[in-house]
Write a protein that binds this ligand. Structure first.
Ligand code: GAR
Length: 192
């Protein structure tokens, strides 16, 4: 089965790019139908356009409520044939109602070994706690933030002298391997 993806971004889009690159392999079981952003200035949009991927932007700031914003997102998604929503640095919390419309069909990447360090500033918090290891997780999105079942993780050492930035860079390199692997796991599991 070839999974049809919508990748949601809010910024740089380096995870998006790693998935786009994986999809360039004809044997890889996914294709990107759409890159969506809630931020018109997201740098990743340009990267997607350069690769001739359809992009859509709905600026959340133009809507009074989360629900009104998400209604537009749902309308937009109807124009594309999408199996799986892939959150890749998408920094808007999705409402319970939106998440429930896509059961086990939204995944997210988070730069910690979930269930540790859910939410913001996971790198700072892990260093502050004196941890010697962190990592990254891809998980299903459920209504509770960063709490859905983990699909796959990678562990990354925290080294003496690490700052949030150096640790984030080391974890990000692993995220770029992890996300394509996790999507393949889902595609392969559907095939069985
Ligand atoms: C990534 O490190 C991702 O794990 C993190 O944002 C970064 C996005 O980078 N996501 C979260 O913290 C979600 N809670 P990218 O735009 O270059 O992929």
């Amino acid at each position: 089965m070839v999974l049809k993806l919508a990748i949601f971004i809010s910024g740089r889009g380096s995870n998006m790019l790693s998935i786009l690159k994986a999809c360039e392999n004809p044997d890889y079981p996914a294709e990107v139908k759409l890159v969506f952003s809630n931020r018109p200035d997201a740098a990743g949009l340009k990267v997607a356009q350069e690769k001739s991927i359809a992009v859509e932007v709905i600026d959340h700031k133009a809507y009074d409520s989360r629900e009104a914003f998400e209604e537009q997102v749902s309308k937009c998604l109807k124009n594309y044939d999408v199996d799986l929503i892939v959150l890749a640095g998408f920094m808007r919390v999705l409402s319970d109602s939106f998440v429930k419309q896509w059961p086990e069909r939204i995944i997210n990447i988070h730069p910690s070994l979930l269930p540790e360090y859910k939410g913001l500033h996971p790198h700072e918090r892990a260093i502050k706690d004196g941890k010697t290891e962190s990592g990254c997780s891809v998980h299903y999105v459920t209504p509770e933030l960063d709490s859905g079942p983990v699909i796959r993780q990678k562990r990354v050492p925290i080294l003496p002298g690490d700052t949030a930035e150096t640790l984030a860079d080391r974890i990000l390199a692993q995220e770029h391997i992890l996300y394509p692997e996790a999507i393949k796991i889902i595609a392969d599991s559907i095939d069985k």
